[in-house]
Ligand binder design. Structure first.
Ligand code: PHE
Length: 430
């Protein structure tokens, strides 16, 4: 009898031991390096987006690793180039998940690429955070897909309000990148708000990212004589469109969204862009300490002023790291839950809380383009969000990330400008 008991006891110990080992070894997920997959356009039509994303994520990961990693584990990035093509984005994310066994995915910038790859992450239950894709459909793919930026129903409204309230526009034309989910979404959201506020859309034209000649579309728009022209596209075409519009004698200002944000915009459009306006995610001259620390470190490392994409990418990596720390694990489901619980994270691009739709709710900044620089016009806040006290809003110009840095003379003019528009910005909210 005693022997049997001893034998039973031994067996129990063995089984328990094995179970513990399994759990510890399931440590496949909770020990060793934390693998983060990054997919970005490093060589295609929107490669400025990919380079900034890679830089921002790399800097954040290095800072975290230098400080000892996350729960004692180091971050290991695996970066893939998707060439800015949706099909390629889906392919590389599948590879990151199946071959590299990443614990989470960061990317993409262009919404069409995020939309193509997100189902792969969702199916594998590997959390994905897009730093900068703003089309609402991206996070609707499923409960493992998140973003740290605002969404386009808000961004489209921002420009409609700015056009009507600040520029006093009554009519608009829209010129859309027809194959881009981002562009089509912004067209829809701008149009809805603009017409709801009493404006009229008098002409509608479209193009694709391989087009070089926009004179047909612009001639039709010129005939309609709109007060403003909304061009919710990417920098590569917008720069050329601005130039050709000028050549055709078009005087109406061009308006756009975050897709304009790249140093190449000015290289392509030059002074033809003067007097245009676009909405974006942050101002590098925002006096908040998070912004200053980030901008100084980024400039020291890359010798360039960080654009909004770099700032969002940095924030996405930091929010992911914070979530892994809180989860105490890289298990897909635990990590997903921790990301979903992100509340009041003090990001470079603002305070980040993830809402029930897995989006961040944040204000947008409107800039005017002048002589190769971004001049701050106003902050517009989402409904229900109270603007912070005066010290927390950007108060000066945001020079472009290109070599043409703001000279101090202009920056101070913009300072006064920003200060005097701060109130207008707040009253423009509804
Ligand atoms: N919001 C754009 C999209 O969804 C991408 C973008 C973000 C571009 C920020 C520039 C700056 O396609």
């Amino acid at each position: 009898m005693q022997r049997i008991l001893v034998a039973l006891g031994l067996m129990a110990t063995l089984v328990l031991g094995l179970a513990c080992e399994r759990r510890g070894g399931g440590a496949a997920s909770d020990t060793g390096p934390i693998k983060i997959g990054v997919y970005a356009d490093l060589t295609g039509q929107t490669s400025s987006f990919g380079q900034s994303t890679k830089n921002g994520i790399q800097m954040a990961a290095d800072e975290i690793n230098k400080a000892g990693g996350i729960n004692g584990r180091q971050i290991q990035l695996v970066v893939e180039d998707d060439q800015g093509l949706p099909a390629q984005a889906a392919t590389v994310v599948t590879k990151l998940i199946n071959q590299d066994k990443v614990h989470a995915v960061l990317g993409e910038v262009a919404s069409s690429n995020s939309l193509a790859a997100a189902p792969k992450a969702q199916e594998a239950k590997i959390p994905m955070i897009t730093p900068s894709s703003t089309n609402p459909k991206v996070t609707q793919v499923g409960d493992y897909i998140f973003r740290v930026c605002f969404i386009d129903p808000f961004q489209g409204e921002v420009m409609a309000k700015f056009a009507i309230n600040t520029l006093k526009a009554k009519t608009a034309a829209v010129l859309t990148d027809v194959n881009s989910d981002y562009s089509r979404g912004l067209d829809q959201f701008f149009t809805e708000k603009f017409t709801k506020m009493g404006g009229r859309i008098v002409e509608r034209q479209s193009y694709t990212q391989t087009d070089q000649d926009f004179s047909g579309q612009l001639t039709a728009i010129r005939s309609a004589n709109p007060d403003v022209i909304y061009v919710p596209g990417y920098y590569g075409q917008v720069g050329v469109i601005a130039k050709q519009a000028k050549q055709l004698g078009i005087k109406a200002p061009l308006l756009g969204g975050d897709g304009w944000d790249a140093p190449q915009l000015f290289q392509l459009g030059g002074d033809a862009l003067n007097g245009s306006y676009f909405s974006n995610h942050y101002s590098y001259e925002d006096p908040r300490p998070e912004v200053k620390t980030f901008v100084d470190a980024y400039r020291a490392r890359y010798n360039v002023i960080p654009d909004a994409i770099a700032a969002l990418a940095y924030d996405a990596m930091k929010v992911l790291a914070d979530s892994i720390r809180r989860a105490g694990s890289t298990d897909g489901q635990k990590l997903r839950d921790a990301i979903a619980q992100t509340t009041n994270y003090p990001g470079v691009t603002g305070t980040i809380s993830i809402n029930a739709e897995r989006n961040a709710v944040k204000p947008a900044t409107v800039f005017e383009l002048q002589s190769g620089k971004y001049v701050f016009k106003e902050n517009i806040y989402p409904e229900g969000m109270t603007p912070p006290s005066t010290t927390a809003s950007p108060t000066s110009s945001n020079a472009n990330t290109a070599a043409t840095n703001a000279n101090s003379g202009n920056a101070s003019t913009a300072n006064t400008n920003a200060a005097s528009t701060a109130n207008t910005a707040n009253t423009a909210n509804r």
